[in-house]
Design a protein around this ligand. Structure first.
Ligand code: UDP
Length: 494
């Protein structure tokens, strides 16, 4: 009789999309799986690997069975500038097509390595965007489980929007309700992601290929927890024949303080604990943390509105100034306006990469001004803070609706339409400083409405913690996912 493979004999191959915000949750997932005894092979490319080395080496050093498979990234062959291995460093969006060509070119190398791998691969967990993995999973006769970093709420919105699109039912202008959802969710076309509201550089053919590969996936793993969005989880699970595993919040797997500081990159602001001392100096729930993610950019004019809006709120704040080619004009504005000097008593600017989860976890943080990327959204939810929402692009307006309309823990700064990634210069200012100040004050308010919002946020934060503990829903979901792969293997061998 063939027996079920032992957990230690399993090898899960994790293939993230090469972008910081897609690699971060996959590295967390690698640690979680390895903590359960599964061997994890994390597929990386050299430059991306450097960024995550410290955290991964520490995990391996602590005895976790994680291995890194480094593939050569064919930047030059695909017409990309040398060293351009990640979406967040593409000089402009015109290179997006080349980037996906390079991603496609990884298939042969990956398959050669998988064929030689010991223990042999039992399952691929890959980012949805890596369409070739559908063929690879077929070749190796193993399940391919996809991960696209979105919530079940979002998955369902997208599913229903695609139905509307196919039936030509998305109105060109004015608000409309996304059908067949547990809550009334109203949006406009200009707030929708590129699939329904195309950017100037159209990549619909790439999107179609990804969607086709999505339909072939064995199942979906989601960075969420059941209690957060149970009605949406149930509906989505039904749509996917039960093969949906909610294993988040993934950020909770970082219990080593250095891992929290270095999550996603070496933080540029951990010198002499100045950040912690600064945070310690404020009373609880009083500081606003403002960060617009790893990919998005603001023009200098829009940045000025944000900075001045924070200043006028009268609350202490941390504002992240992203590094890169757009930083110089912003730095010019900061010094010409005297902003940093003027606000130094209660404002802290972090240049480059902020240790976001570390900051959010500090008791002084009372509000999170976020662009509503799902990682950030869930990180804010997990620490139980109310959020000031400023969606920029992709599915972020949908995440905003989730925070504002479903959870009721968010207050919008009020942008009306998407600013597609890379097209920031094309748009006028989306949000004025007065709107930012107003949303901050409403969020930080300690009167009835603000108090209620904060209480709700805290309750959800507690649920998040419970979900990842032994016996919690996400803990159980991970057990079931591993069991599913064991059973699949057993059926193959029988
Ligand atoms: N992040 C961080 N420091 C920064 C900027 C971003 O740690 O200075 C992390 C953040 O904690 C989150 C991820 O980068 O895990 C951003 O992902 P999200 O989905 O929120 O947005 P995206 O970057 O994809 O727009």
């Amino acid at each position: 009789m063939v027996s079920e493979p032992r957990v230690e004999e399993l090898n899960f191959v994790l293939i993230p999309l090469l972008a910081a915000s897609h690699i971060i949750p996959m590295v967390d997932m690698a640690k979680l799986l390895a903590q359960r005894g599964v061997t994890v092979t994390l597929v990386m490319t050299p430059i991306n690997a450097i960024r995550f080395t410290a955290v991964i080496d520490r995990a391996i050093g602590s005895g976790l069975p994680i291995r890194v498979l480094e593939l050569h990234f064919p930047a030059k062959e695909a017409g990309l500038p040398e060293g351009c291995e990640s979406v967040d460093v593409l000089p402009c969006l015109a290179y997006r097509r080349n980037f996906f060509t390079a991603i496609d070119m990884l298939q042969d190398q990956a398959e050669k390595s998988l064929a030689e791998m010991k223990p042999k691969p039992n399952c691929i967990i890959c980012d949805t965007h890596i369409a070739w993995t559908a063929e690879t999973a077929d070749k190796f006769q193993i399940p391919r489980i996809i991960f696209d970093g979105m919530s079940c709420f979002n998955q369902l919105c997208m599913h229903n929007l695609y139905i509307m699109k196919d039936q030509n039912q998305i109105p060109e202008s004015g608000p409309f309700v996304i059908p067949d959802l547990p809550d009334r969710i109203e949006v406009t076309k200009v707030q929708l992601p590129g699939a329904f509201n195309p950017a100037t550089i159209c990549v619909q053919d790439i999107r179609d290929k990804i969607r086709a590969a999505e339909t072939k996936a064995y199942g979906v793993v989601i960075n969420t927890f059941e209690e957060l969005e149970q009605r949406y989880v149930d509906k989505f699970r039904k749509l996917k024949d039960g093969r949906v595993w909610c294993i988040g919040p993934l950020s909770f797997c970082n219990d080593d303080s250095l891992d929290i500081v270095q999550r996603g990159n070496k933080a540029t602001f951990d010198k002499e604990n100045r950040l912690m001392k600064w945070l310690d100096s404020w009373q609880p729930e009083y500081v606003v943390y403002a960060c617009l993610g790893s990919l998005g950019h603001t023009t200098v004019v829009q940045f000025a509105e944000l900075a001045l809006g924070l200043e006028a709120s009268d609350y202490p704040f941390i504002l992240v100034v992203k590094s890169g080619q757009r930083q110089a004009p912003i730095e010019n504005w900061i010094s010409e306006n005297g902003f940093e000097e003027r606000t130094k008593e209660r404002g802290l600017l972090i240049r480059g990469w902020a240790p976001q989860v570390l900051i959010l976890s500090h008791p002084a943080i009372g509000g999170f001004l976020t662009h509503c990327g799902w990682n950030s959204t869930l990180e804010g939810i997990s620490v139980g803070v109310p959020m000031i929402t400023w969606p920029l692009f992709a599915e972020q307006f949908l995440n905003e609706r989730f925070l504002v309309d479903v959870l009721k823990t968010g207050v919008s700064v009020g942008p009306h339409k998407i600013v597609h990634l890379g097209e920031e210069e094309k748009y006028e200012v989306q949000v004025r400083k007065e709107e930012i100040t107003k949303a901050i004050r409403t969020t930080m308010d300690k009167e009835i409405e603000g108090k209620e919002r904060r209480k709700r946020a805290k309750e959800v934060g507690e649920m998040a913690k419970g979900a990842v503990e032994a016996g919690g829903s996400s803990h159980l979901s991970l057990t079931l996912l591993i069991k599913e792969v064991q059973d699949f293997q057993l059926n193959q061998s029988a």
